[in-house]
Ligand binder design. Structure first.
Ligand code: NAD
Length: 268
């Protein structure tokens, strides 16, 4: 790197005011992991746009981040809405976080409608937002896209056909776009979290649909992942500290996918 460029990079790291004009878009940022990501990116100096199905909540959450951040109503599966969200600022960072869960029914009872819906939100949504925000990034010759995959896309979780296929598809799309845009200054990476301790996971546990002690024992670090830990990995991949990383699927899983032994991975 030329000395002048290196100096500019150091100044940008040391002087937050030089970073004020960087914009980040977080889909599904009104809840859970997405809001933790929005918070981490705001703390890193980005102007954050939260685009969510629930526009009122997106606006309220953006206001929590402080003045200058914005919340938008956006269904990422709708082409016109995806285009409008992408056009709302010159985004340096896109986080494709919005997602929905599976029915958790046995395969023989699963409907093709809910299967298609899960694929639509995760795959078509991630594709559309990446295409539209990526268009500006490619024109400007710079940008970083971070997708939300999951251990469900890297391993086999019974009854989660659509969700697992969607998250594996997101990993494949991450690699494909990363290779296509690598020469254009746009990096594309993904994080693959294990079970994250969100309000939804706690609700599923209370309803008896998730067994938290068993999950903890299955995880080498002996606990569930925190939303802030996913957000920290996303903020790292967004930053220039990750300038040499593209096409990576980074597990944020406390060792879940590394573990291949029999029995429990930890005392929980
Ligand atoms: N929670 C976990 O344990 C876990 C683990 C691995 C990966 N993930 C992934 O992380 C992401 C966030 O998960 P979460 O648990 O925080 O979910 P969540 O349900 O708490 O929040 C998802 C947000 O996405 C929004 N959304 C849903 N469909 C949308 C659409 N069509 N357009 C725009 N916004 C939409 C919702 O309104 C909501 O605000 C998802 O992609 C999920 O698959 C979650």
């Amino acid at each position: 790197m030329r000395e002048e460029q290196f100096q500019q990079k150091c100044e940008a790291v040391l002087r937050p005011e030089l970073r004020k004009e960087r914009h980040a878009l977080v889909t599904g940022g009104a809840e859970g992991i997405g809001f933790a990501i929005a918070t981490a990116l705001a703390a890193a100096g980005y102007w954050v746009t939260i685009a969510d199905l629930d526009g009122d909540k997106a606006a309220a959450r953006a206001a929590e981040l402080g003045e200058g951040h914005q919340g938008l109503s956006c269904d990422i599966t709708d082409e016109a809405q995806a285009m409008a969200a992408a056009a709302s600022a010159p985004f340096d960072v896109l986080v494709n976080n919005a997602g929905i869960g599976d029915t958790h029914l046995p395969t023989l009872e699963q409907s093709v409608e809910s299967f298609r819906k899960v694929l639509d939100v995760h795959l078509a949504g991630t594709f559309l937002m990446s295409r539209e925000v990526g268009r500006g990034m490619v024109e400007r010759g710079a940008g970083s896209i971070i997708n939300l995959s999951s251990i469900a896309g890297l391993t086999g979780l019974p009854k989660r056909n659509a969700y697992g296929a969607a998250k594996a598809g997101i990993a494949a799309m991450t690699r494909a776009m990363a290779c296509e845009w690598a020469g254009k200054g746009v990096r594309v990476n993904a994080v693959a979290p294990a079970f994250v301790e969100t309000a939804l996971v706690r609700k599923l546990a209370e309803a008896g649909r998730l067994d938290l002690p068993t999950l903890r024992r299955r995880t080498p670090i002996g606990r569930l992942i925190q939303a802030e830990e996913v957000a920290a990995a996303v903020a790292f991949l967004a930053s220039s500290a990750a300038s040499g990383i593209t096409g990576a699927i980074l597990p944020v899983d406390g060792g879940w996918t590394a573990f291949g032994d029999f029995g429990d991975a930890s005392a929980g």
